[in-house]
Design a protein around this ligand. Sequence first.
Ligand code: HEC
Length: 93
Amino acid sequence: MKRRLLLILGLVSVNSHAELSGQSIALNCFNCHNRKPAANSAIPSLSDYSQQRLQQAMLDFKYDKTNATLMPRIAKAYSDAEISAVAAYLSQQ
Ligand code: HEC
């Protein structure tokens, strides 16, 4: 019994470390979303978005509420908690 409890505690802590921080996720976003995009860029800068708008856009991509091509694949890679974390981080940049 004791051993099983330790195993469960171990899994919980491994799991919480698996959550990525908003900052480390945002580094992936900046590969495509230039902080100062060229005027004719199809990919917008994320710097003018509010936290709520970013989070909603990511959830819409993740749950196939848009016709976008690329972002749905990216958004599906993140948990809702990670989406919340990256939206909070990006809205403060
Ligand atoms: C591989 C390139 C790429 C990466 C990486 C990427 N994006 Fe995008 N993003 C796009 C493209 C292209 C679009 C335009 C919609 C589409 O075609 O999917 C877009 C659109 C968006 C939009 C919608 C803009 C609007 O107003 O319609 C948001 C918000 C967004 N991305 C957020 C993010 C966030 C947050 C990340 C990091 C987790 C990220 N993107 C990573 C390429 C990328």
